[in-house]
Design a protein around this ligand. Structure first.
Ligand code: NAD
Length: 433
């Protein structure tokens, strides 16, 4: 099939590339010329394992191309997939400017029947608004469908090629058939539903996963007080198939470009209908507070952090991504600086993205884990990169001024700490040293 994908971010680029890998002819469109130039030169603007290789092989095979020319991409395609960003507005609602602009441009460009898909995460009712905008400009018929995306950054290619399910929300049989044919090489778990339910499935899924994370983090906080170990608790809970073991890892909370914005947006969606989503509000509040456990533990260890040098390992909101949007490290470093600390920070791949968002002279961005830890009064681990757990504690001990370690992601075990001089704090586990 011939596809146009609008927006070459984490979702659009990965989806477009994976559809081309399945044998479709895909044109990926972005309105940022620099991004399109990079892609045309074989460079990849985001970090996703396996993506670069798939881009080059599909470009060579002639099935994948990149352009800023939306009109020509749309004109030559049967299916148009919108995957532009829907970031938060200051009040938490989703910003629909990009999607409305894309809809207008699509409406102006289409000249034969098309199936138009919204893959971006959008509030209930947005697909209908998008269709209204297209109708305002288009002179030909089209069908529309909501096909929300569930990939995770860091494993986006794998998730796209092996999805748990595909949700197709549409009132059109013709669109349902076409989109089922497009997705059937990926899975046979394809559900056709109405548009509004499809839009809601995406928010409800993310809100539920965020709830699981905040739930286990609150259990972790209680475990610390009663002397239980949250990892044992999560393991015991997860064996129950009704609960399941995923998303029960205690830490410093969720971040990234999806859970924070989608939980806020769902609270707003409910609020606009005069429904007070109390549970989700608490999930958000628990998550915002959880990151400050790192500061509380540091202050327990060092007293006042003013004048101290704090090493930070991990700036991305999770491993295997360079995405720093709403990463816990942003709030943690901001608070450390406000309290007078100096910060030395290192991330295997997210440092330059982080620095672009957080360019402060009191932060030294380091080239290695060793450099960030050297002569620091304490080291905080904020992202569970494999690189960090491979570093022996004896090396960290040599590098630090004092052996103070705050492990926000529970990467060390009790036996690692045995016979070491570390003052070690983790999340939801009894003091191990
Ligand atoms: P992103 O910000 O990484 O990428 C969006 C891209 O769209 C940018 O490259 C931007 O330049 C481009 N764009 C904006 N307006 C355009 C226009 N009119 N024409 C052409 N290009 C345009 O966003 P993302 O992380 O890929 O997310 C996209 C959507 O998918 C969001 O709604 C998000 O909530 C949802 N989603 C994201 C993830 C994720 O893990 N990132 C997962 C599932 C769903």
């Amino acid at each position: 099939m011939k596809l146009a994908v609008i927006g070459t971010g984490y979702v659009g680029l990965v989806s477009g590339v994976c559809f081309s890998e399945l044998g479709n002819e895909v044109v990926c469109v972005d309105n940022v010329q620099a991004k399109v130039d990079m892609l045309n030169n074989g460079e990849v603007p985001i970090h996703e394992p396996g993506l670069k290789e798939l881009i080059s092989s599909n470009m060579v095979a002639g099935r994948l191309s990149f352009t800023t020319d939306l009109a020509s991409a749309v004109g030559s395609s049967e299916i148009i997939i919108i995957a532009v960003g829907t970031p938060s507005l200051p009040d938490g609602r989703a910003n629909l400017t990009y999607i409305e602009q894309a809809a207008k441009e699509i409406g102006q460009a289409i000249d034969t029947y098309k199936v138009i898909v919204v893959k971006s995460t959008v509030p209930v009712g947005t697909n209908e608004k998008v269709a209204d905008i297209i109708r305002e400009y288009a002179t030909v018929s089209f069908d529309f469908a909501s096909v929300p995306e569930f990939l995770r950054e860091g494993s986006a290619v794998k998730d796209t090629m092996n999805p748990d399910r595909i949700i197709i929300g549409t009132a059109s049989e013709r669109a349902a058939e076409k989109l089922t044919a497009l997705h059937s090489p990926l899975t046979n778990q394809i559900t056709i539903t109405d548009v509004r339910s499809s839009e809601m499935i995406k928010y409800a899924s993310n809100a539920f996963l965020a709830t699981k994370i905040s739930f286990i983090n609150e259990i972790a906080n209680i475990c610390e007080k009663v002397g239980a170990n949250v990892e044992e608790v999560a393991n015991g809970m997860g064996m129950d198939r009704r609960i399941g073991s995923s998303f029960l890892k205690a830490g410093i909370g969720y971040g990234g470009s999806c859970f924070p914005k989608d939980t806020q947006a769902l609270i707003q969606i409910a609020g606009q209908m005069d429904y007070d989503f109390k549970l989700l509000k608490s999930v958000v509040e628990v998550n915002s507070d959880q990151r400050f456990n790192v500061i509380r533990k540091l202050e327990e260890l060092l007293g006042d952090v003013a004048g101290c040098t704090i090493g930070i390992w991990g700036l991305a909101f999770k491993p295997e991504t360079d995405d720093v949007r709403d990463a816990p490290a942003l709030d943690i470093i901001e608070t450390l600086l406000a309290r007078g600390a100096q910060v030395k920070a290192y991330d295997p791949i997210a440092s330059s993205n982080f620095e672009r968002n957080f360019n402060r002279s009191e932060v030294k961005y380091c080239q290695s884990a060793q450099e960030a830890a050297t002569e620091a009064d304490a080291l905080c681990i904020l992202t569970e990169w494999k690189e960090f757990s491979n570093i022996p504690l004896s090396s960290i001990q040599q590098w630090l001024k004092s052996p103070n370690l705050i492990d926000g992601r529970n990467i060390y075990r009790e036996e690692d700490l045995k016979d070491t001089p570390f003052a070690y704090y983790s999340i939801g586990r009894p003091r191990m040293n």
